[in-house]
Design a protein around this ligand. Structure first.
Ligand code: ADP
Ligand code: MG
Length: 251
């Protein structure tokens, strides 16, 4: 699936209220809650990629999602990240029903509240590291005057202050993925979603990214990480497994 995360969202210039979209999130509510969510792809053959999935991602959770190929992991991530809609069931973001919101509203919520990290980094090769991160602020409700400083701070947080002027193509895989994490973090999302974030990385680079996720978790960032890699999954505080569209907690 090719994802253009920012295409549908209009650039915003808010005066920086508590919430960029002007709503007050319910602090006690889960960041995301799925209630009996089903996602059916019309065939033929019809595929039920998610079957009556119930899931609450609480503030500060570090959740890993494992499961064999084709089990529904990416479908789940797309639903969690407002990239796709459930066929039936309810989706709540910060305690508010968002499954039925308009495309424009969903794009805005996505840009402001959710950060994405993908296996293949999705960096723009013709932009510097800094510009790749600044770009995410343009749709994420960060005032223009703060964008550069926020991007620099995000890059510092992932240990890449010495790479801000580099082209992505000159970086190692681990560095590229850390740029992608900085880009995901720069809008201070309520939820960081990662789909096989170490899938293209060697062992040393994977270890760097996992260490970074540990730090983010310690800082209170809410993380949901899809992974095949048991070493990655073992780092999470909470694990769920998806198999044939059914989700279950792993003790
Ligand atoms: N856009 C789509 N149209 C039809 N079937 C799809 C689509 N996306 C995923 N599927 C099917 O849904 C099931 C789950 O896919 P996916 O969520 O990508 O699995 P995973 O990420 O665990 O490998 C698979 O059977 C897949 O073929
Ligand atoms: Mg997948």
């Amino acid at each position: 699936m090719t994802v253009d995360l920012f295409a549908a969202a209009a650039p915003l210039e808010p005066a920086e209220p508590a919430q960029p979209d002007g709503t007050q999130p319910d602090d006690a509510a889960p960041v995301v809650e799925l209630r009996a969510v089903t996602r059916r792809f019309p065939g033929p053959p019809v595929v039920e990629a998610l079957r009556a999935v119930d899931l609450r991602v609480e503030r500060g959770d570090y959740l890993s999602i494992v499961g064999p190929s084709g089990s529904g992991k990416s479908t789940l991530l797309n639903v969690l990240g407002l990239l796709d809609r459930p066929t039936s069931g309810e989706y709540l973001l910060d305690g508010r029903v968002a499954g039925t919101a308009s495309e424009g509203e969903r794009a805005r919520l996505r840009a402001q509240r959710i950060g994405f990290v993908f296996q293949s980094f999705h960096l723009l090769p013709q932009r510097t590291v800094l510009d790749n991160v600044v770009l995410a602020t343009m749709y994420g409700g960060v005032p223009r005057a703060r964008r550069r400083a926020r991007a620099l701070a995000a890059l510092e947080r992932v240990g890449l202050s010495h790479r801000v002027g580099f082209w992505p193509t000159t970086l190692s895989g681990g560095e590229r993925q850390r740029v992608a994490v900085a880009r995901a973090l720069v809008t201070e999302p309520h939820l960081l979603l990662a789909d096989e974030p170490t899938g293209n990385l060697d062992t040393a680079s994977s270890a760097q990214v996992m260490a970074l996720f540990d730090e983010l978790h310690a800082d209170g960032v809410t993380l949901a990480v899809i992974t095949h890699d048991l070493a990655v999954s073992a780092r999470a505080a909470r694990r769920v497994r998806i198999e044939d569209g059914h989700l279950e907690e792993i003790a």
